[in-house]
Design a protein around this ligand. Sequence first.
Ligand SMILES: *[C@@H]1O[C@H](CO)[C@@H](O)[C@H](O)[C@H]1NC(C)=O
Ligand SMILES: *[C@@H]1O[C@H](CO)[C@@H](O)[C@H](O)[C@H]1NC(C)=O
Ligand SMILES: *[C@@H]1O[C@H](CO)[C@@H](O)[C@H](O)[C@H]1NC(C)=O
Ligand SMILES: *[C@@H]1O[C@H](CO)[C@@H](O)[C@H](O)[C@H]1NC(C)=O
Ligand SMILES: *[C@@H]1O[C@H](CO)[C@@H](O)[C@H](O)[C@H]1NC(C)=O
Ligand SMILES: *[C@@H]1O[C@H](CO)[C@@H](O)[C@H](O)[C@H]1NC(C)=O
Ligand SMILES: *[C@@H]1O[C@H](CO)[C@@H](O)[C@H](O)[C@H]1NC(C)=O
Length: 405
Amino acid sequence: MCSCGELHWGWGRCAPGPVLLLSLLLSAAPAALMGEETRRVSLEVIPNWRGPPQNLLHIRAVGTNSTLHYVWSSLGPPAGLLVATNTPNSFLTVNWSRLLSPEPDEGLMILPKDSIQFSSALVFTRLFEFDITNISETVKFPGKPYPPYSLAEFSWNNITDSLDPATLSTTFQGHPIHDSTKAFANGSLNFRVQAFSKSGRPAQPPRLLHTADTCQLEVALVGASPRGNHSLFGLEVATLSQGADCPSVQEQHSIDDEYAPAVFQLNQLLWNSFPSGFMQWRPVAFSQKQGSRESALPCQVSPPHHTLTYPLPQSPIVRAFFGSKTNFCAFNLTFGASAGPGYWDQHYLSWSMLLGVGSPPVDTLSPLVLGIMAVALGAPGLLLLGGSLILLLCHKRSSEYQPLN
Ligand SMILES: *[C@@H]1O[C@H](CO)[C@@H](O)[C@H](O)[C@H]1NC(C)=O
Ligand SMILES: *[C@@H]1O[C@H](CO)[C@@H](O)[C@H](O)[C@H]1NC(C)=O
Ligand SMILES: *[C@@H]1O[C@H](CO)[C@@H](O)[C@H](O)[C@H]1NC(C)=O
Ligand SMILES: *[C@@H]1O[C@H](CO)[C@@H](O)[C@H](O)[C@H]1NC(C)=O
Ligand SMILES: *[C@@H]1O[C@H](CO)[C@@H](O)[C@H](O)[C@H]1NC(C)=O
Ligand SMILES: *[C@@H]1O[C@H](CO)[C@@H](O)[C@H](O)[C@H]1NC(C)=O
Ligand SMILES: *[C@@H]1O[C@H](CO)[C@@H](O)[C@H](O)[C@H]1NC(C)=O
């Protein structure tokens, strides 16, 4: 799987160098957020009058000069489309008979086509479970895999029942259609989708800063019986490659841990285009509903690579929008480590990410630090401040936090 040894979990290293620190300080102004500040957001479940009922959610986020469309569906494996247009008037059309046919091309479109500035998609293909008990020279992290769950073979609840216009959210709750081991008798895999009309930060860790240009996805595995005593879970995600290369995953260091204790990193997947879209997450998952430092698990990502060698389950909405001439890249996320908290504690695991367009949100510094900066004028002052911050952070980290592994 991934080159786990090279992944740095918050505690691994000391604070970033002075140049990076300076650029972090300079980019910390609250006005650094790009795009529209507020949007009119609507959530609509698109009904299928003629065929079998299927979950198809359209989120439309309208600004003065642009509209973002998010389409989420559990038709096939759970998938989401992100389409950004440069007009407030773009709209979605769905031809159900085409979408449900073996050739779904153009069964789902955003019109007018020439208003589209950016588009991409995510498909959640498989849920992995590994036995972490016997990690050795021969059995590498994350351990011996159990047979994976194909998310294309899940059945999903009716998202209309959990649609909440107040929080602009809904939940896709699924379990395997053929659950011979009854592992999901009392459990489910949940994809909670939430849109935002303005920027802010949720109360629950990892408290990712969102803007009106983003949509949040929280994936939670709740109550499913693990197949061993020490099971670690993973998720396979596929996305479109733009051009020959797969999108890249970047690590960003954050010097402020006020909002996600002890997690000094942000991971970002960026599609290689302009304007671009992004997927952003903190490399942390939680083994309890009330996420806290005690229930934090590391989340590791493998580098995205082309999937020409093995077939991925097809998502009809992705095929419908992008056609058949598309290349996919896939990567794995794994949640947990061989020691520390795990899914086994409470049969609970959750992880969140943002999907959006433009520049990914940048964590601003806390008011205290900004206040100090206002006093410390000029670059030498900033460098000095940077130096002492590094010392403070290093000291704080080495004294307060225990490594997970
Ligand atoms: C969900 O429920 C709504 C209202 O109860 C119904 O109109 C719709 O057909 C259902 N959709 C699915 C996917 O079952
Ligand atoms: C919207 O477009 C108009 C005309 O192109 C431009 O003057 C205006 O600044 C844009 N507004 C925003 C918020 O981008
Ligand atoms: C929907 O697709 C079907 C099959 O391709 C086609 O016959 C029909 O005309 C389409 N309907 C609309 C409203 O475009
Ligand atoms: C772990 O390894 C030991 C020794 O090789 C073996 O006895 C045991 O059955 C293994 N446990 C599992 C769960 O595979
Ligand atoms: C599911 O929950 C019921 C009631 O709490 C319990 O009796 C049953 O053993 C559980 N099944 C599994 C597979 O965990
Ligand atoms: C799981 O733990 C129980 C009790 O500690 C033990 O009896 C059982 O052998 C373990 N199962 C495996 C697969 O390691
Ligand atoms: C994800 O991990 C599984 C199990 O180790 C592996 O079979 C699969 O090829 C991986 N997928 C990707 C995209 O790396």
